[in-house]
Write a protein that binds this ligand. Structure first.
Ligand code: ASP
Length: 438
Protein backbone atom coordinates (compact mmCIF):
# COMPACT_ATOMS: atom_id res chain seq x y z
CA UNK A 1 0.00 0.00 0.00
CA UNK A 2 1.29 3.48 -0.85
CA UNK A 3 2.69 5.44 2.08
CA UNK A 4 0.16 8.24 1.88
CA UNK A 5 -2.71 5.77 2.30
CA UNK A 6 -1.08 4.23 5.34
CA UNK A 7 -0.58 7.67 6.86
CA UNK A 8 -4.16 8.67 6.07
CA UNK A 9 -5.49 5.52 7.74
CA UNK A 10 -3.30 6.23 10.78
CA UNK A 11 -4.69 9.77 10.95
CA UNK A 12 -8.30 8.61 10.61
CA UNK A 13 -7.90 5.98 13.31
CA UNK A 14 -6.14 8.52 15.54
CA UNK A 15 -9.03 10.98 15.20
CA UNK A 16 -11.53 8.27 15.90
CA UNK A 17 -9.62 6.87 18.86
CA UNK A 18 -9.03 10.33 20.37
CA UNK A 19 -12.70 11.18 20.05
CA UNK A 20 -13.70 7.87 21.66
CA UNK A 21 -11.28 8.40 24.53
CA UNK A 22 -12.94 11.69 25.48
CA UNK A 23 -15.91 9.58 26.65
CA UNK A 24 -13.81 7.18 28.70
CA UNK A 25 -13.09 8.07 32.34
CA UNK A 26 -9.50 9.36 32.57
CA UNK A 27 -9.31 8.94 28.77
CA UNK A 28 -7.51 12.25 28.29
CA UNK A 29 -4.81 11.36 30.83
CA UNK A 30 -4.45 7.88 29.32
CA UNK A 31 -3.86 9.32 25.86
CA UNK A 32 -1.49 11.97 27.18
CA UNK A 33 0.52 9.44 29.20
CA UNK A 34 0.57 6.43 26.89
CA UNK A 35 -0.10 7.56 23.33
CA UNK A 36 1.16 11.11 22.92
CA UNK A 37 4.83 10.20 23.69
CA UNK A 38 5.01 8.19 20.46
CA UNK A 39 4.01 11.24 18.47
CA UNK A 40 6.55 13.35 20.31
CA UNK A 41 9.29 10.78 19.66
CA UNK A 42 8.52 10.86 15.93
CA UNK A 43 8.66 14.66 15.76
CA UNK A 44 11.95 14.59 17.67
CA UNK A 45 13.40 12.05 15.22
CA UNK A 46 12.47 14.26 12.29
CA UNK A 47 14.01 17.30 13.93
CA UNK A 48 17.08 15.27 14.79
CA UNK A 49 18.04 14.85 11.17
CA UNK A 50 17.05 18.31 9.91
CA UNK A 51 20.40 20.03 10.48
CA UNK A 52 22.65 17.18 9.22
CA UNK A 53 20.40 16.95 6.16
CA UNK A 54 20.54 20.67 5.36
CA UNK A 55 24.27 20.70 5.90
CA UNK A 56 25.05 17.69 3.75
CA UNK A 57 22.61 18.33 0.97
CA UNK A 58 23.32 22.03 0.59
CA UNK A 59 27.06 21.38 0.52
CA UNK A 60 26.60 18.61 -2.01
CA UNK A 61 24.22 20.75 -4.07
CA UNK A 62 26.49 23.77 -4.26
CA UNK A 63 29.74 21.88 -4.66
CA UNK A 64 28.28 19.97 -7.62
CA UNK A 65 27.77 23.26 -9.45
CA UNK A 66 30.67 24.10 -11.64
CA UNK A 67 30.15 27.80 -11.57
CA UNK A 68 29.02 30.09 -8.79
CA UNK A 69 26.93 32.39 -10.95
CA UNK A 70 24.39 29.56 -11.27
CA UNK A 71 23.90 29.73 -7.53
CA UNK A 72 23.20 33.44 -7.73
CA UNK A 73 20.46 32.76 -10.29
CA UNK A 74 18.89 30.09 -8.09
CA UNK A 75 18.99 32.44 -5.08
CA UNK A 76 17.49 35.41 -6.86
CA UNK A 77 14.73 33.41 -8.51
CA UNK A 78 13.84 31.70 -5.26
CA UNK A 79 13.47 34.95 -3.34
CA UNK A 80 11.45 36.64 -6.06
CA UNK A 81 9.11 33.67 -6.44
CA UNK A 82 8.66 33.41 -2.68
CA UNK A 83 7.73 37.09 -2.50
CA UNK A 84 5.18 36.69 -5.29
CA UNK A 85 3.47 33.63 -3.77
CA UNK A 86 3.32 35.32 -0.36
CA UNK A 87 1.76 38.49 -1.78
CA UNK A 88 -0.79 36.34 -3.68
CA UNK A 89 -1.62 34.62 -0.39
CA UNK A 90 -2.13 37.87 1.51
CA UNK A 91 -4.28 39.33 -1.25
CA UNK A 92 -6.45 36.20 -1.33
CA UNK A 93 -6.85 36.40 2.45
CA UNK A 94 -7.70 40.10 2.49
CA UNK A 95 -10.16 39.81 -0.39
CA UNK A 96 -12.05 36.94 1.20
CA UNK A 97 -12.24 38.47 4.66
CA UNK A 98 -13.45 41.80 3.28
CA UNK A 99 -16.07 40.14 1.12
CA UNK A 100 -17.40 37.80 3.77
CA UNK A 101 -16.97 39.86 6.95
CA UNK A 102 -16.78 36.90 9.36
CA UNK A 103 -16.25 39.23 12.34
CA UNK A 104 -19.67 40.84 12.02
CA UNK A 105 -21.44 37.65 13.06
CA UNK A 106 -19.76 37.47 16.45
CA UNK A 107 -22.05 38.50 19.30
CA UNK A 108 -20.88 40.48 22.32
CA UNK A 109 -21.67 37.46 24.42
CA UNK A 110 -19.29 35.26 22.44
CA UNK A 111 -16.58 37.91 22.69
CA UNK A 112 -17.09 37.95 26.42
CA UNK A 113 -17.06 34.15 26.74
CA UNK A 114 -13.90 33.81 24.69
CA UNK A 115 -12.22 36.66 26.55
CA UNK A 116 -13.02 35.08 29.90
CA UNK A 117 -11.77 31.72 28.74
CA UNK A 118 -8.50 32.75 27.11
CA UNK A 119 -7.47 36.41 27.48
CA UNK A 120 -5.67 35.75 30.75
CA UNK A 121 -4.26 32.38 29.70
CA UNK A 122 -0.54 31.85 29.58
CA UNK A 123 -0.80 30.78 25.92
CA UNK A 124 -2.04 34.23 24.87
CA UNK A 125 0.32 36.08 27.23
CA UNK A 126 3.34 34.17 25.91
CA UNK A 127 2.52 35.05 22.30
CA UNK A 128 2.26 38.75 23.09
CA UNK A 129 5.52 38.90 25.05
CA UNK A 130 7.35 36.92 22.37
CA UNK A 131 6.06 39.37 19.73
CA UNK A 132 7.22 42.34 21.83
CA UNK A 133 10.63 40.75 22.19
CA UNK A 134 10.90 40.29 18.43
CA UNK A 135 9.83 43.86 17.74
CA UNK A 136 12.60 45.36 19.88
CA UNK A 137 15.25 45.17 17.13
CA UNK A 138 15.55 47.69 14.28
CA UNK A 139 14.34 47.05 10.72
CA UNK A 140 17.56 45.25 9.75
CA UNK A 141 17.58 43.02 12.81
CA UNK A 142 16.55 40.01 10.72
CA UNK A 143 19.76 40.37 8.66
CA UNK A 144 21.86 40.61 11.80
CA UNK A 145 20.09 37.54 13.20
CA UNK A 146 20.89 35.58 10.07
CA UNK A 147 24.65 35.72 10.66
CA UNK A 148 25.99 33.29 13.26
CA UNK A 149 28.94 34.21 15.46
CA UNK A 150 29.56 30.63 16.39
CA UNK A 151 29.14 27.88 13.81
CA UNK A 152 28.71 25.14 16.37
CA UNK A 153 26.11 27.08 18.32
CA UNK A 154 24.12 27.59 15.13
CA UNK A 155 24.46 23.94 14.15
CA UNK A 156 23.24 22.88 17.55
CA UNK A 157 19.96 24.82 17.45
CA UNK A 158 17.06 23.91 15.17
CA UNK A 159 15.62 27.38 15.67
CA UNK A 160 18.62 28.94 13.94
CA UNK A 161 17.94 27.44 10.53
CA UNK A 162 18.82 30.60 8.57
CA UNK A 163 22.15 30.84 10.40
CA UNK A 164 22.89 27.24 9.46
CA UNK A 165 22.03 27.97 5.85
CA UNK A 166 24.27 31.05 5.83
CA UNK A 167 27.22 29.15 7.26
CA UNK A 168 26.70 26.22 4.92
CA UNK A 169 26.52 28.38 1.79
CA UNK A 170 29.70 30.23 2.75
CA UNK A 171 31.40 26.91 3.42
CA UNK A 172 30.25 25.32 0.16
CA UNK A 173 31.21 28.33 -1.97
CA UNK A 174 34.65 28.30 -0.38
CA UNK A 175 34.90 24.62 -1.25
CA UNK A 176 34.24 25.48 -4.89
CA UNK A 177 36.88 28.20 -4.75
CA UNK A 178 39.72 26.01 -3.48
CA UNK A 179 39.36 23.82 -6.57
CA UNK A 180 38.08 20.35 -7.18
CA UNK A 181 41.19 18.43 -6.20
CA UNK A 182 41.70 20.12 -2.85
CA UNK A 183 38.01 19.87 -1.98
CA UNK A 184 37.67 16.21 -2.94
CA UNK A 185 37.94 14.63 0.54
CA UNK A 186 35.32 16.97 1.97
CA UNK A 187 33.10 16.44 -1.02
CA UNK A 188 33.18 12.66 -0.67
CA UNK A 189 32.46 12.98 3.05
CA UNK A 190 29.40 15.19 2.58
CA UNK A 191 28.13 13.12 -0.38
CA UNK A 192 28.15 10.04 1.80
CA UNK A 193 26.64 11.93 4.75
CA UNK A 194 23.84 13.10 2.48
CA UNK A 195 23.03 9.54 1.38
CA UNK A 196 23.08 8.33 4.96
CA UNK A 197 20.74 11.04 6.22
CA UNK A 198 18.28 10.46 3.37
CA UNK A 199 18.28 6.79 4.33
CA UNK A 200 17.50 7.85 7.90
CA UNK A 201 14.47 9.70 6.56
CA UNK A 202 13.30 6.45 4.93
CA UNK A 203 13.73 4.55 8.17
CA UNK A 204 11.96 7.15 10.30
CA UNK A 205 9.10 7.28 7.81
CA UNK A 206 8.42 3.59 8.43
CA UNK A 207 6.90 4.65 11.74
CA UNK A 208 4.92 7.58 10.28
CA UNK A 209 1.51 5.83 10.09
CA UNK A 210 1.69 4.95 13.80
CA UNK A 211 3.10 8.31 14.81
CA UNK A 212 0.33 10.29 13.12
CA UNK A 213 -2.17 8.12 14.97
CA UNK A 214 -0.59 9.27 18.26
CA UNK A 215 -0.31 12.90 17.16
CA UNK A 216 -3.92 13.20 16.05
CA UNK A 217 -5.34 11.32 19.01
CA UNK A 218 -3.59 13.73 21.36
CA UNK A 219 -4.74 16.80 19.40
CA UNK A 220 -8.34 15.58 19.66
CA UNK A 221 -8.32 14.82 23.38
CA UNK A 222 -6.66 18.12 24.20
CA UNK A 223 -8.92 20.27 22.03
CA UNK A 224 -11.14 22.77 23.76
CA UNK A 225 -14.80 23.44 24.26
CA UNK A 226 -16.69 22.54 21.04
CA UNK A 227 -19.42 25.17 21.65
CA UNK A 228 -16.90 27.96 21.39
CA UNK A 229 -15.60 26.45 18.18
CA UNK A 230 -19.03 26.68 16.58
CA UNK A 231 -19.08 30.44 17.17
CA UNK A 232 -15.89 30.71 15.21
CA UNK A 233 -17.10 28.61 12.32
CA UNK A 234 -17.47 31.54 9.95
CA UNK A 235 -13.95 32.76 10.61
CA UNK A 236 -12.61 29.22 10.18
CA UNK A 237 -14.46 28.71 6.91
CA UNK A 238 -13.16 31.95 5.42
CA UNK A 239 -9.63 30.95 6.36
CA UNK A 240 -10.06 27.41 5.04
CA UNK A 241 -11.45 28.79 1.80
CA UNK A 242 -8.37 31.00 1.44
CA UNK A 243 -6.07 28.05 2.11
CA UNK A 244 -8.00 25.96 -0.42
CA UNK A 245 -7.60 28.69 -3.04
CA UNK A 246 -3.85 28.71 -2.41
CA UNK A 247 -3.70 24.97 -3.13
CA UNK A 248 -5.67 25.58 -6.36
CA UNK A 249 -3.18 28.34 -7.21
CA UNK A 250 -0.25 25.93 -6.75
CA UNK A 251 -1.92 23.28 -8.87
CA UNK A 252 -2.43 25.83 -11.65
CA UNK A 253 1.24 26.81 -11.41
CA UNK A 254 2.27 23.14 -11.60
CA UNK A 255 0.00 22.55 -14.60
CA UNK A 256 0.68 25.64 -16.67
CA UNK A 257 4.12 26.80 -15.65
CA UNK A 258 5.89 23.60 -14.65
CA UNK A 259 3.88 21.65 -17.26
CA UNK A 260 3.36 18.63 -15.04
CA UNK A 261 0.23 16.76 -14.09
CA UNK A 262 -1.18 18.28 -10.85
CA UNK A 263 -2.35 14.86 -9.63
CA UNK A 264 1.14 13.46 -10.06
CA UNK A 265 2.39 16.37 -7.96
CA UNK A 266 -0.21 15.86 -5.23
CA UNK A 267 0.32 12.12 -5.09
CA UNK A 268 4.06 12.43 -4.67
CA UNK A 269 4.08 15.30 -2.21
CA UNK A 270 1.17 14.03 -0.10
CA UNK A 271 3.20 12.26 2.62
CA UNK A 272 4.88 15.60 3.38
CA UNK A 273 1.50 17.35 3.42
CA UNK A 274 0.03 14.78 5.77
CA UNK A 275 2.97 15.14 8.14
CA UNK A 276 2.69 18.92 7.99
CA UNK A 277 -0.93 18.52 9.03
CA UNK A 278 -0.12 16.08 11.83
CA UNK A 279 2.88 17.95 13.28
CA UNK A 280 1.88 21.61 12.60
CA UNK A 281 5.50 22.34 11.89
CA UNK A 282 7.15 22.94 8.53
CA UNK A 283 10.54 22.59 10.20
CA UNK A 284 9.77 19.08 11.48
CA UNK A 285 8.39 18.17 8.05
CA UNK A 286 11.42 19.53 6.19
CA UNK A 287 13.42 16.27 5.91
CA UNK A 288 10.42 14.53 4.38
CA UNK A 289 9.66 17.46 2.06
CA UNK A 290 13.26 17.38 0.83
CA UNK A 291 13.19 13.65 0.26
CA UNK A 292 9.88 13.78 -1.62
CA UNK A 293 10.89 16.73 -3.79
CA UNK A 294 14.27 15.30 -4.75
CA UNK A 295 13.55 11.61 -5.09
CA UNK A 296 9.87 11.60 -6.06
CA UNK A 297 9.46 14.83 -8.01
CA UNK A 298 12.89 14.83 -9.63
CA UNK A 299 14.10 18.28 -8.58
CA UNK A 300 17.91 18.48 -8.69
CA UNK A 301 19.67 18.62 -5.38
CA UNK A 302 21.27 22.01 -6.02
CA UNK A 303 17.79 23.53 -6.24
CA UNK A 304 15.91 21.51 -3.62
CA UNK A 305 18.65 21.73 -1.00
CA UNK A 306 18.54 25.52 -1.11
CA UNK A 307 14.92 26.34 -1.95
CA UNK A 308 13.29 24.06 0.64
CA UNK A 309 15.22 24.86 3.85
CA UNK A 310 15.07 28.56 3.03
CA UNK A 311 11.37 28.21 2.23
CA UNK A 312 10.60 26.44 5.51
CA UNK A 313 11.46 29.63 7.39
CA UNK A 314 11.00 32.36 4.81
CA UNK A 315 8.02 31.29 2.73
CA UNK A 316 4.81 30.67 4.62
CA UNK A 317 1.87 31.24 2.35
CA UNK A 318 -0.65 29.53 4.60
CA UNK A 319 0.52 31.65 7.50
CA UNK A 320 0.19 34.74 5.30
CA UNK A 321 -3.44 33.99 4.39
CA UNK A 322 -4.02 33.52 8.11
CA UNK A 323 -2.40 36.84 9.10
CA UNK A 324 -4.67 38.69 6.70
CA UNK A 325 -7.88 36.89 7.62
CA UNK A 326 -7.27 36.81 11.37
CA UNK A 327 -6.13 40.44 11.63
CA UNK A 328 -9.20 41.78 9.84
CA UNK A 329 -11.52 39.32 11.63
CA UNK A 330 -10.32 40.53 15.03
CA UNK A 331 -10.76 44.19 14.11
CA UNK A 332 -14.27 43.47 12.78
CA UNK A 333 -15.33 41.47 15.82
CA UNK A 334 -14.09 44.10 18.26
CA UNK A 335 -15.51 47.01 16.25
CA UNK A 336 -12.16 48.59 15.40
CA UNK A 337 -12.46 50.47 12.08
CA UNK A 338 -9.69 49.90 9.57
CA UNK A 339 -8.97 51.93 6.46
CA UNK A 340 -7.71 50.94 3.03
CA UNK A 341 -4.27 52.23 4.01
CA UNK A 342 -4.38 49.88 7.02
CA UNK A 343 -5.04 46.99 4.66
CA UNK A 344 -1.98 47.93 2.61
CA UNK A 345 0.02 48.00 5.84
CA UNK A 346 -1.27 44.49 6.52
CA UNK A 347 0.10 43.34 3.14
CA UNK A 348 3.53 44.70 3.96
CA UNK A 349 3.78 43.58 7.57
CA UNK A 350 2.24 40.18 6.89
CA UNK A 351 4.87 39.70 4.17
CA UNK A 352 7.67 40.54 6.60
CA UNK A 353 6.00 38.63 9.40
CA UNK A 354 5.71 35.44 7.38
CA UNK A 355 9.42 35.72 6.58
CA UNK A 356 10.21 36.20 10.24
CA UNK A 357 7.89 33.51 11.60
CA UNK A 358 9.60 30.38 12.90
CA UNK A 359 8.49 27.14 11.27
CA UNK A 360 7.01 25.73 14.47
CA UNK A 361 3.47 25.28 15.81
CA UNK A 362 1.55 28.51 16.38
CA UNK A 363 4.42 30.79 15.36
CA UNK A 364 1.91 32.53 13.11
CA UNK A 365 0.04 33.80 16.13
CA UNK A 366 3.11 35.63 17.44
CA UNK A 367 3.48 37.33 14.08
CA UNK A 368 -0.20 38.23 14.10
CA UNK A 369 0.46 40.41 17.15
CA UNK A 370 3.03 42.34 15.11
CA UNK A 371 0.60 42.75 12.21
CA UNK A 372 -2.14 44.00 14.55
CA UNK A 373 0.20 46.49 16.21
CA UNK A 374 1.28 47.84 12.84
CA UNK A 375 -2.25 48.99 12.07
CA UNK A 376 -2.55 50.77 15.39
CA UNK A 377 -4.66 48.15 17.14
CA UNK A 378 -4.77 49.20 20.83
CA UNK A 379 -2.24 47.12 22.75
CA UNK A 380 -4.50 46.74 25.78
CA UNK A 381 -7.00 44.92 23.53
CA UNK A 382 -4.41 42.54 22.06
CA UNK A 383 -5.06 39.79 24.60
CA UNK A 384 -8.80 39.97 23.87
CA UNK A 385 -8.11 39.84 20.13
CA UNK A 386 -5.97 36.74 20.40
CA UNK A 387 -8.42 35.16 22.83
CA UNK A 388 -11.04 35.31 20.06
CA UNK A 389 -9.13 32.96 17.81
CA UNK A 390 -7.15 30.97 20.35
CA UNK A 391 -9.65 28.14 20.79
CA UNK A 392 -9.54 27.19 17.15
CA UNK A 393 -5.92 27.97 16.40
CA UNK A 394 -4.46 24.47 16.55
CA UNK A 395 -6.60 22.85 13.81
CA UNK A 396 -6.15 25.92 11.63
CA UNK A 397 -2.42 25.84 12.27
CA UNK A 398 -2.40 22.26 11.00
CA UNK A 399 -4.10 23.36 7.79
CA UNK A 400 -1.93 26.41 7.17
CA UNK A 401 1.21 24.32 7.67
CA UNK A 402 0.04 22.04 4.82
CA UNK A 403 -0.16 25.11 2.59
CA UNK A 404 3.25 26.34 3.77
CA UNK A 405 4.87 23.04 2.82
CA UNK A 406 3.00 22.71 -0.49
CA UNK A 407 4.06 26.25 -1.41
CA UNK A 408 7.73 25.45 -0.83
CA UNK A 409 7.48 22.30 -2.94
CA UNK A 410 5.74 24.18 -5.77
CA UNK A 411 8.36 26.91 -5.82
CA UNK A 412 11.15 24.35 -5.91
CA UNK A 413 9.54 22.77 -8.99
CA UNK A 414 9.14 26.17 -10.59
CA UNK A 415 12.73 27.25 -9.98
CA UNK A 416 14.03 23.86 -11.11
CA UNK A 417 11.96 24.00 -14.29
CA UNK A 418 13.15 27.51 -15.14
CA UNK A 419 16.79 26.53 -14.72
CA UNK A 420 16.59 23.19 -16.51
CA UNK A 421 17.10 21.30 -13.25
CA UNK A 422 13.95 19.22 -13.24
CA UNK A 423 14.85 15.62 -14.06
CA UNK A 424 13.31 12.20 -13.70
CA UNK A 425 12.33 10.98 -10.23
CA UNK A 426 14.80 8.55 -8.71
CA UNK A 427 13.10 6.83 -5.79
CA UNK A 428 15.28 5.10 -3.21
CA UNK A 429 13.38 2.68 -0.99
CA UNK A 430 14.17 2.07 2.63
CA UNK A 431 15.26 -1.51 1.91
CA UNK A 432 17.62 -0.86 -1.03
CA UNK A 433 20.81 -2.83 -0.15
CA UNK A 434 18.99 -4.42 2.79
CA UNK A 435 19.81 -7.94 1.56
CA UNK A 436 23.53 -7.13 1.45
CA UNK A 437 23.67 -6.19 5.11
CA UNK A 438 21.09 -8.52 6.55
N1 ASP B 1 2.98 26.12 12.14
C1 ASP B 1 3.35 26.87 10.99
C2 ASP B 1 4.55 26.22 10.32
O1 ASP B 1 5.35 25.60 10.95
C3 ASP B 1 3.65 28.29 11.30
C4 ASP B 1 2.38 28.98 11.74
O2 ASP B 1 1.62 29.45 10.87
O3 ASP B 1 2.09 29.04 12.93
O4 ASP B 1 4.68 26.29 9.14
Amino acid sequence: MALHWKILIGMGLGLFFGFGMTFVPNGVELVNDWVQPFGTIFVKLLKLIAIPLILASLIKGISDLNDITKFKTIGLRTFLTYMVTTVVAIIIGLTLVNLMNPGDGISDETVQNLTEAYAGSSGVGDKISEANRQMKGGPLQFLVDMIPDNAFKALSNNGLMLQVIFFTILFAISMLLIGEKAAQPLKSFFDALNDVVLKMVDLIMLSAPYAVFALLASVVVNSTNPELLVALLRYASVLLMGLGLMIVFYLLVVTFMVKKNPFWFLKNISPAQLLAFSTSSSAATLPVTMERVEEHLGVDKEVASFVLPVGATVNMDGTSVYQAVAAVFITQALGFEITFANQLTIVLTALLASIGAAAVPSAGMVMLVIVLESIGFPSDKLAVGLALIFAIDRPLDMCRTVVNVTGDATVSLLVAKALGKLGDPNVKNWDDHYDEVK
